[in-house]
Design a protein around this ligand. Structure first.
Ligand SMILES: NC(=O)c1ccc[n+]([C@@H]2O[C@H](COP(=O)([O-])OP(=O)(O)OC[C@H]3O[C@@H](n4cnc5c(N)ncnc54)[C@H](O)[C@@H]3O)[C@@H](O)[C@H]2O)c1
Length: 348
């Protein structure tokens, strides 16, 4: 498989290193910033295109890995479909529910593969949790907390979160939103994976006056299975909180009638250095068990799975439906926060 990477910024370089771990060198790269790209060791000798459309027209390339910012995903996915490539796209799938709905139609019968970059599913901890979830019994309540702190920074005075000179903030430009789109979107995917789909949501977002993206998002989901999920994503001031005491303070706690399942996640850009852990409490045995896991690069695992699916002619999961599901709840959270009312989620 020859892979073309579109967008060679921070996550593009992480993906290139993950392919290298799999024994694969990226075949071509498209990015607007030629000098910056060529200065990176990951891309020094890689075929370069300034325009991603030229990369898509390159018949040598079998699959594309889209690592541009969220607001560009839709146009690049559409162009990649026209070019007939296998497609991996970083999360969120799009930044607009209309575009995500269009992709459901466009990709339904697409003969090539499509995967969205919700890599937390590929951690052994998440996979073990999927095995254990039935032992927890009927779920009644779930708590999700995604707190992200920045070392030595007061999160509430960061310039990247503030609009300047009539332009949107760097964060809003990058993520098309705030904490919901950033760390929050991954945990919403984990929610779908382990607890199921949401039926309705009531959300509040905290966007202080001088900001243009939410620093905190709180949501109460009523799930299709009748249970309730309390969700919070926040830019946190606690730089030594969390499992590894490094400011990445993120967990899901699922309470079922027979037991409680908790997963503690680790800082996003060093998955090869830290491993998430699970704690399971069984009411039948009245025992709490901790499960630890080997350190793995979840980016390498998700890309490996994508490539294997491409070669086997399988459709990857998380694919377009899972990408849509997250985009749909994010959209519902924004609408609920703006209207101060609960929002129903239409089944798709
Ligand atoms: N899975 C994760 O944990 C995770 C973590 C961080 C970011 N992301 C996602 O990765 C994506 C990119 O994030 P990033 O941090 O690498 O951003 P970035 O700004 O560091 O990189 C984006 C790159 O795209 C290039 N670019 C911009 N317009 C382009 C165009 N028209 N054609 C080609 N290249 C273009 C830029 O020059 C830049 O090099 C986002 O969708 C983000 O949500 C995912």
């Amino acid at each position: 498989m020859k892979i073309g990477l579109i967008g060679a910024g921070s996550i593009g370089a992480i993906h290139a290193r993950a392919y290298r771990e799999l024994g694969i060198e990226v075949a071509a790269v498209a990015d607007l910033q030629e000098a910056a790209v060529k200065a990176k060791p990951e891309f020094a000798n890689v075929r370069y295109y300034a325009d991603y459309r030229q990369l898509l027209a390159d018949p040598w390339i079998d699959a594309v890995d889209i690592c541009v910012i969220n607001r560009l995903h839709f146009e690049v996915i559409q162009a990649a479909v026209s070019a007939g490539k296998h497609i991996f796209c970083e999360k969120t799938m799009t930044d607009n529910i209309g575009h995500s709905t269009e992709l459901l139609g466009l990709l339904r019968d697409y003969p090539k593969n499509f995967q969205v970059g919700y890599m937390k599913r590929f951690f052994p901890a998440t996979q073990k949790a999927k095995e254990l979830i039935d032992s927890a019994g009927e779920i009644f309540t779930t708590y999700i907390r995604s707190y992200q702190a920045f070392e030595n920074h007061d999160p509430y005075s960061q310039d990247t979160w503030k609009p300047k000179g009539g332009q949107m903030s760097q964060i809003k430009h990058f993520a098309s939103g705030g904490m919901l789109n950033m760390a929050g979107s991954h945990m919403l995917d984990v929610m779908h994976h382990l607890v199921g789909k949401a039926r309705s949501v009531y959300a509040t977002n905290w966007v202080p006056e001088i900001y243009d993206a939410e620093l905190t998002s709180n949501a109460l989901f009523k799930m299709e299975n009748g249970s309730t999920v309390h969700f919070e994503a926040a830019l946190s001031p606690y730089s030594r909180a969390g499992l590894r005491q490094d400011g990445w303070d993120e967990k899901i706690e699922i309470n079922g009638k027979n037991g409680r399942l908790e997963i503690f996640y680790v800082i996003w850009d060093q998955p090869m250095n830290h491993a998430p852990m699970i704690r399971f409490y069984s009411q039948k045995e009245k025992i709490q068990t901790d499960y630890t896991f080997p350190k793995v690069n979840a980016f390498a695992l998700e890309l490996d799975s994508f490539l294997k699916d491409c070669m086997a002619g399988r459709k990857s999961v998380p694919g377009v439906k899972e990408g849509f599901a997250v985009d749909q709840v994010i959209d519902a959270c924004y609408r609920s926060a703006a209207s101060e009312r609960a929002v129903e989620l239409a089944g798709k």
